[in-house]
Design a protein around this ligand. Sequence first.
Ligand SMILES: Cc1cc2nc3c(=O)[nH]c(=O)nc-3n(C[C@H](O)[C@H](O)[C@H](O)COP(=O)(O)O)c2cc1C
Length: 189
Amino acid sequence: MSEVLKAIRERRSIRVFGEGPVAPEELDAILEAASYAPSSLNSQPCHVTALVGLVRISELNDALKRASAKPGFDRYKDYVGQNGYSINFQKAPLFLIVGVDRLKSFCPVEDGSMVMANILLAAHALGLGAVWVNQLGAAADESNFRKVLTSFGFPSTHAVIGSAAIGRRVGPNPPAPPRVTGQSNIVRG
Ligand SMILES: Cc1cc2nc3c(=O)[nH]c(=O)nc-3n(C[C@H](O)[C@H](O)[C@H](O)COP(=O)(O)O)c2cc1C
């Protein structure tokens, strides 16, 4: 089986990370993979902000909790304050935020999701673990949360499509959840 197909099959969402940072060259490789994602009309409309280290990630986490508790941005309100409601994902040393230029992209969600897929696969291929974190998009236009995003260099023109916690994978790669069958059909002739 090709390396790419093997990586697609074996990539899993990893939510607990081992000690140790993601090396700068590993981050570079992930960002390069992100930049090679296909995009509608080849607009290449996506931007990735990389937060390295727990200090910055905690700042984002605190801002996210505050924003997610506010009316209008409270899609995740039932989780705020609960044990484990956190983007920290057990101390991930790297957190990537994928944004898409709302005016430049013909298909913002699709373009951003292609970048996210490349990020998750690249992390796996490098022997790292990663998980898509969904909560940021719902809070991204809350003014105080947006200020924090802007302070990290996230472009003001961009919507958040997804984000990923990334860190060192520990232990065996988890097995894939059973696949739902009957999700394709083939028409020939
Ligand atoms: C759009 C999207 C949003 C997701 N959001 C979250 C999330 O916020 N937190 C989380 O722990 N996992 C999240 N996941 C990961 C899924 O739970 C995971 O992909 C699914 O359970 C299948 O497991 P696997 O990735 O190991 O194959 C998300 C995945 C996708 C595609």
